[in-house]
Design a protein around this ligand. Structure first.
Ligand code: C2O
Ligand code: CU
Ligand code: CU
Length: 491
């Protein structure tokens, strides 16, 4: 069989490979060949305009229609377009002013995931933008070069609104990273990849169901979209490419690798550059997490970025299936190269960033968060489900704290904290892997695992607009696996 037309899809995470060469839904609702010859869509860059020393952006949340599968129109949500949004690009030190107009016909919000800003600019579930209204957040870019993202955080509707397309990327530049000689020509050798799995109904519309099963496991689709492209192909004229990857899926966890197991280097995690490049041949990415990879592909080569099977600590195959991880490999992106610059590629710099060493015994407040799943209730944190009226924690502005996540549930949870970028101190008492020692805002907690993180709370959030902490499995989040905290001066 021609491997280009070979796609294994699985029915709702059951790990069952079904008819290759077809794009199929459960029950065969929609069928079309996947050839991996659709040019990868690259989201447009939005660099804003400078007005009164501010970088000004205009966003519009809107309805659209997208042809993901030839011959089928899918009603979608987008930002300044039919599906997903532009890449907002700003520099460290910029004062950014954004107007967000809601033309969806339903309430929404827009949250700047990973961007360090005050609670009243954060776009959480309290900051509803009613249909027809405009929300105008303003904030300083006060963090290193990195790829953040933005998405709907609507109360009980985040999963569905993100599924329909309300998400986009937010790239931050700074002088330090500009000087490193990393690939940085957007759309040429610096390519964003938004990974999303989706399901379709027979009429081509998205199939978003949030029943009991999805509330437990999260919603898994059976068709891969990369930047909204089904069966994507990227042709490059350069040998060295930087991929900025976002797992923008509602619940699916990827174990990314190239089909020939070629090594690549991870240069950045959620919050910015790693201290030094880490050579890997596979990388796990949970919903909400980002990773920047640099890979060399010579002229004439063809490689596939894939999901490959992975084993989970503390859980066998059965666990993996309920945990949003496919037991079967599938293709995500085909890459071909016509590069001629084969020789003379310089090695990446040995030092990328200066990160403070991880303290072995950090002082300060520590808090524990027990993650659990209760039958008929759903996922809980410290036995509780999200309540918009309840503040769960009060953090003192400027303090450093250790947060400990203990996962007593049978499945993994990618935990995310607003308002900070943190460091992972330990997994079950051991130092995390090298590529997890950088700056992060989302960390996967496996079943039976204890993960400790260190965060410094430098931005304020009041009880009116508190920060959220939650599982980034969006069905878990909507199902109540979320809490709120304030960050304020000592009274
Ligand atoms: Cu990416 Cu609270 O969200
Ligand atoms: Cu966030
Ligand atoms: Cu979860």
């Amino acid at each position: 069989m021609d491997r280009r037309t070979f796609l294994k899809v699985s029915a709702l995470g059951a790990g069952v490979a079904i008819a290759p060469m077809m794009l199929l839904n459960r029950g065969g609702a929609l069928a079309a060949p996947i050839n991996f010859d659709a040019p990868l869509s690259v989201p447009p860059l939005l660099e804003g305009r400078i007005e009164q020393h501010k970088r000004v952006f205009e966003l519009s949340l809107q309805n659209g229609s997208s042809e993901f599968v030839p011959g089928y129109q899918t009603p979608t949500f987008g930002i300044n377009g039919a599906y997903l949004g532009p890449v907002i690009r700003a520099r460290k030190g910029d004062r950014v002013a954004i107007s967000v107009r809601n033309q969806l016909g339903e309430p929404s919000t827009l949250h700047w995931h990973g961007v360090k800003l005050p609670g009243d600019m954060d776009g959480g579930p309290h900051q509803v933008i009613a249909p027809g209204e405009i929300w105008r957040p303003e904030f300083m870019i006060d963090q290193p070069a990195s790829m953040q993202w933005y998405h709907s955080h609507a109360w009980h509707r985040t999963g569905e609104q993100v599924f329909k397309g309300l998400a986009g990327l937010f790239i931050i530049d700074d002088d330090q990273s500009d000087g490193l000689g990393l690939p940085n020509e957007y759309g040429v050798d610096d390519i964003p990849l938004v990974l999303q799995d989706r399901s379709f109904n027979r009429d081509g519309s998205f199939r978003y169901v949030a029943g009991m099963h999805q509330r437990m496991a999260g919603l898994l689709g059976n068709v891969m979209l990369v930047n909204g492209t089904v069966g994507p192909h990227l042709h490059t004229s350069k040998t060295r490419t930087r991929f900025r990857i976002l797992n923008g899926s509602n619940a699916r966890i990827y174990n990314l690798a190239f089909d020939d197991q070629r090594p690549f280097q991870q240069i950045a995690s959620d919050g910015g550059l790693l201290a030094e490049p880490v050579t890997l041949s596979r990388i796990r990415l949970a919903p909400g997490e980002r990773a920047e990879l640099v890979v060399d592909i010579k002229g004439g080569e063809e490689v596939f970025l894939q999901h490959q099977p992975m084993s989970l600590p503390g859980g066998g195959m059965m666990m993996a299936m309920t945990a949003g991880i496919d037991a079967a490999a599938f293709d995500i992106l085909r890459i071909t190269s016509s590069a001629t610059d084969v020789s003379g590629l310089p090695a990446l710099p040995r030092r990328l960033a200066t990160l403070p060493p991880l303290p072995s015994s950090p002082r300060g407040v520590s808090r524990q968060f027990v993650l659990d799943t209760q039958m008929m209730v759903g996922s809980t944190i410290n036995g509780k489900q999200m309540n918009l009226q309840r503040i769960d924690h009060k953090v003192v502005l400027g303090e450093e704290e250790v947060w400990e996540f203990v996962n007593r549930s049978p499945m993994p949870h990618p935990m995310h904290i607003h308002g900070v970028q943190f460091r992972v101190l330990s997994r079950n008492g051991h130092l995390p892997a090298k590529n997890e020692q950088g700056i992060k805002d989302t960390v996967l907690i496996h079943s039976d695992e204890v993960v400790r993180i260190l965060a410094s709370f430098d931005h304020p959030a009041s009880s009116r607009f508190p920060y959220m902490f939650h599982c980034h499995n969006l069905e878990h989040e909507d199902g109540g696996m979320m809490g709120q905290f304030t960050v304020e001066h000592l009274a």
